[in-house]
Design a protein around this ligand. Structure first.
Ligand code: FAD
Length: 235
């Protein structure tokens, strides 16, 4: 594998480095820039995101045709490293988990309609997202094949029963990717659903405390066991 950076990636790396040093290091020194969970305050984030976006330092990981900068994986690795010199970095450039992985998945396998509805608002910085896979023991963790959450069809809806935990960002997310079992097929038995926080049939049981700074929306325990969730399947 060739690990050398192409000139465009190197240019972005240097610009990210300069932005982190010029804009984010000073912010880290300002106690009023923090929220109650030791993360960047949401209003401060909104303002500094605007600056990053105005400089073209936004969604570097996403394809150009979707509105990103289309950096290759090796180029992104170098840019992630620069972003992460600041605890505020990744979220400022719209490259933080779980939005980052969710955007990449939606960009790669979403239909055009799904990209418009579910991906674009995340890329535009209008909403945040979550990825809901992990379950309390003896459910899915390192091995998603142990998935206990089930999804069964009921007319044009899906009924989801399950219990998830450590779901990053769930307290503020609007767009969720939910992994559930749709059959006992050991290779194709899991399905990814899209759902919106306003869909019925789920609840946040609690926000699980962690040591140190927390992502916006925390790491939550969720329950899906009440009624039908009208969801959209990822292909
Ligand atoms: C801060 C934080 C944020 C998270 N955010 C999310 C999120 O947004 N969405 C989400 O879905 N999940 C999230 N997770 C959950 C995370 O993905 C899981 O903790 C992880 O996948 C491990 O699963 P587990 O905790 O069930 O541990 P387990 O799978 O029970 O593993 C426990 C231990 O056993 C080992 N082990 C497991 N299986 C095997 C095996 N077959 N062979 C040998 N060793 C094995 C593991 O290496 C580990 O040491 C988050 C977790 C944390 C701590």
């Amino acid at each position: 594998m060739d690990f050398s950076l192409d000139s465009r990636s190197e240019d972005f790396r240097q610009r990210i480095r300069a932005f982190v040093e010029g804009e984010l290091f000073p912010l880290e020194q300002d106690p009023s820039a923090y929220d109650e969970h030791e993360n960047i305050d949401l209003e401060v984030l909104r303002q500094v995101r605007q600056k990053a976006r105005a400089e073209g330092l936004w969604c570097l990981q996403m394809p150009i045709e979707l509105g990103g900068q289309g950096l290759p994986v090796v180029g992104m690795a170098a840019c992630y490293e620069e972003m992460n010199r600041s605890i505020f970095g990744p979220v400022v450039f719209n490259s933080c988990a779980p939005d980052d992985g969710n955007m990449i998945v939606l960009g790669k396998i979403g239909t055009e309609a799904q990209k418009q509805r579910w991906l674009k608002p995340i890329m535009d910085g209008e909403v945040r997202s979550s990825f809901a896979m992990t379950e309390p023991a003896p459910g899915a963790g390192s091995d998603p094949g142990m998935m206990r959450t089930t999804a069964t069809r009921d007319g044009d809806r899906w009924v989801i029963h399950g219990h998830k935990h450590y779901i990053t960002g769930a307290g503020v997310a609007s767009h969720f990717i939910l992994i559930a079992r749709t059959s006992d097929d050991s290779r194709k038995g899991l399905t990814a659903f899209m759902f919106h926080r306003d869909d019925p049939g789920w609840e946040i049981v609690r926000r699980i405390p962690i040591m140190g700074p927390e992502e916006h929306g925390g790491h939550c325990e969720l329950r899906f066991n009440v009624s039908a969730v009208k969801s959209t399947l990822l292909p």
